[in-house]
Every structure is written in structure tokens, then in C-alpha cells.
Design a protein around this ligand. Structure first.
Ligand SMILES: Nc1ncnc2c1ncn2[C@@H]1O[C@H](COP(=O)(O)OP(=O)(O)OP(=O)(O)O)[C@@H](O)[C@H]1O
Ligand code: SF4
Ligand SMILES: [Mg+2]
Length: 304
């Protein structure tokens, strides 16, 4: 296994109150694996990804992270991640490991040109400032910066949310193609299940700071068992639906991490909830039911 995360918990003190956006997250990423982390906004996906890379400040973090892959990130909004007053070539060069530069076979400018070519941008793009590039081109620069670090694991956190559908596909195909060629594992963070089915082999469904269902993408998408996963899948708009059919949604919203509901955190929104779901003994009941791939007492088993 390239990376194994076990019982990760990330907590903050917010205005004197305890906030635990990531409560108990375990997942693994095989060598060269393509893994997805999905869930609604505010479930703790980004924080999980940042904690895995040791990038969270002023938090109480516990749990175990086994494996030490070299990790690079591609974030949602390239304009927020790129330095607006620095030419993109210089920003890419900063990511090239010193050991690579020291080997000295090729000067940094040649390596930058190679990285730009790898993401489909001309060498001349190195001299541009980020504001002179389109959103799709900026995201390609972010991917080049990530690849400059020669990562074993690329964490792509909503990498295409800010882009139109055509550019989204180009950027994701690019990530998948390069990762495939280089044998880089990819953790794709998204709330778009369509992307999961196209770009990932394994999926972890996250709700309220926990993984509630996991498995091979085909199994989870074809036969979802957790009511939350079923809700997410039902909420994907279908082109073949009758024109006047209402769009399905999951009632309510994700609560704030200072106020996760007790028991199964999904129970206030779950159409299958019964009294034990809200009980203080919920986790104990789950543990008794065994540890496999889903955390829902109505479905009989729990996530390890
Ligand atoms: N540094 C922090 N201090 C306190 N709370 C935080 C911090 N970072 C994130 N949070 C809170 O943790 C929760 C989860 O945030 P996170 O960014 O991980 O969600 P997400 O699942 O990535 O959502 P989205 O899909 O919108 O990106 C949010 O309620 C957020 O406000
Ligand atoms: S444990 Fe209960 S509330 Fe939670 S998802 Fe299952 S049925 Fe719904
Ligand atoms: Mg996020």
C-alpha cells in the first residue's frame, strides 16, 4: 500500500468550542491507485487531504498515517494558488526538487519547458503571468507545478470545479493520462459522482467527518447501500429523466462540525432512520456488527 490512513481526527478550538471536522477517517491508497473521496460541501474532504500531507496548522490531529509518499496537490481555484506577480515558469521551477537540478543534465528552463509541454502548453507560457492565462491553462500550470515535484501521489482537490465542462474533461484526462504514464497514484476529491465513475477505481464516501461507505467504484455506484450514498447518486441529474420530473435532493444540509448530531450524524436527514440511529450507543452498535465497508446500522455492518 502506498498510503494508509487510520482513524484520522482533526479538531480545532473555534470561539472556545470544540470543532471536529474530521472525526474518524480511515482509507488506503494502493501504489498507482486511483481513489476518490466524495461527499457534500463541509464534510471534511479537503481537511482530510491537507492533514494527510501535514498541512494543517493549529489543530489537534490524531490517528495514524502509514507510508510516506511524496505528495503534490492540485487545488480547486488556480488563481488562489498561483502567485499573481511571478511568471509561471519561475513558479514551476520552484517545485523542481534540488536533487533534480543538481544532477545538472538540464537547466531549470529546459525542465520547465518539458513540464509545460507535458501539460499541453507552449514553452512561451513560462514567461506569462497567471492573469494572462485562461482558467484551464492556469490549472494546467498547477498540474505542471505538481508534477515538477515528482510525486508518488497527486491529490486533486476539486481540480475542475471552476472550469467549464469541456475544459474540465481535458484537465481530468490530462491528470489521468500523466498519472497513468508515470505510475502516480491519484486521490480525486469531488462531489461529482460522474467524475468518480470515469476517473477512479475505489471510492470513499464521506459524511460529517467520517467515511460512511467505501468500495470499488462499480460496486458502490451500481449497488449503493448507505442511504447517504443512495441520496448522492439519486441527486445526479439524468438526461433521460422526464422534463417535468423534479430534481432529487437530500433534504437538509450538512450541519457545522461544532454540532454533529449524536449517533449516526446523517440521521436527521435519513428517510430510513430509526431510534437506535440517534442513540449514544450508535458507534458501539456498529462495532458489534463487524467492520467492512459501510457505516449504517440499518444495513447491518460498519466501516473499519
Ligand atoms: N482551519 C480551520 N479551522 C476551523 N475549521 C475549519 C478549518 N478548516 C476547515 N474547517 C471546517 O471544517 C469543515 C470541513 O471543511 P472542508 O474544507 O474539509 O470541507 P470539504 O468537504 O472540503 O467541503 P467543500 O466541498 O466545500 O470543499 C468546514 O465546516 C470548515 O469550516
Ligand atoms: S444508521 Fe440509521 S440514520 Fe444512519 S444512515 Fe443508517 S439508517 Fe440512516
Ligand atoms: Mg474542499
Amino acid at each position: 500500500m502506498l498510503l494508509e490512513v487510520r482513524h484520522l481526527r482533526v479538531a480545532f478550538k473555534v470561539d472556545g468550542r470544540l470543532s471536529v471536522p474530521v472525526r474518524d477517517v480511515s482509507f488506503s491508497i494502493p501504489e498507482q491507485g486511483r481513489v476518490a473521496l466524495v461527499g457534500e460541501s463541509g464534510c471534511g474532504k479537503s481537511l482530510t487531504a491537507l492533514a494527510v500531507g501535514g498541512l494543517v496548522d493549529r489543530a489537534e490531529i490524531s490517528g495514524e498515517i502509514a507510508g510516506s509518499p511524496r505528495i503534490a496537490y492540485v487545488f480547486q481555484n488556480p488563481m488562489q494558488s498561483l502567485n499573481p506577480v511571478m511568471r509561471v515558469g519561475a513558479q514551476i521551477a520552484e517545485g523542481i526538487p534540488r536533487t533534480e537540478l543538481r544532477r545538472g543534465q538540464r537547466p531549470a528552463a529546459r525542465m520547465v519547458a518539458g513540464l509545460l509541454a507535458g501539460v499541453g502548453l507552449p514553452e512561451a507560457a513560462a514567461a506569462k503571468y497567471p492573469c494572462e492565462l485562461s482558467g484551464g491553462q492556469q490549472q494546467r500550470v498547477m498540474i505542471a507545478m505538481a508534477l515538477a515535484q515528482r510525486p508518488d501521489l497527486l491529490i486533486a482537490d476539486e481540480p475542475t470545479t471552476a472550469l467549464d465542462v469541456t475544459t474540465q474533461k481535458e484537465v481530468l484526462d490530462l491528470i489521468a493520462g500523466i498519472a497513468g504514464e508515470r505510475g502516480t497514484a491519484v486521490l480525486l476529491i469531488t462531489h461529482n459522482l460522474g467524475l468518480v465513475s470515469r476517473y477512479s477505481e475505489y471510492v470513499n464516501v464521506m459524511y460529517a467527518g467520517e467515511i460512511v461507505e467505501r468500495g470499488a467504484v462499480r460496486d458502490v455506484l451500481d449497488s449503493p447501500r448507505h442511504p447517504y450514498t443512495r441520496g448522492l447518486i439519486a441527486a445526479v441529474p439524468r438526461l433521460d429523466a422526464p422534463k417535468d420530473a423534479p430534481l432529487a435532493d437530500i433534504p437538509g444540509t450538512v450541519p457545522p462540525p461544532t454540532d454533529w448530531p449524536k449517533g449516526c450524524a446523517f440521521h436527521p436527514r435519513c428517510s430510513e432512520a430509526h431510534p437506535e440511529c440517534a442513540s449514544d450507543d450508535f458507534n458501539m452498535l456498529c462495532e458489534r456488527m463487524g467492520a467492512t465497508s459501510i457505516k449504517c446500522i440499518a444495513n447491518g455492518v460498519s466501516v473499519a
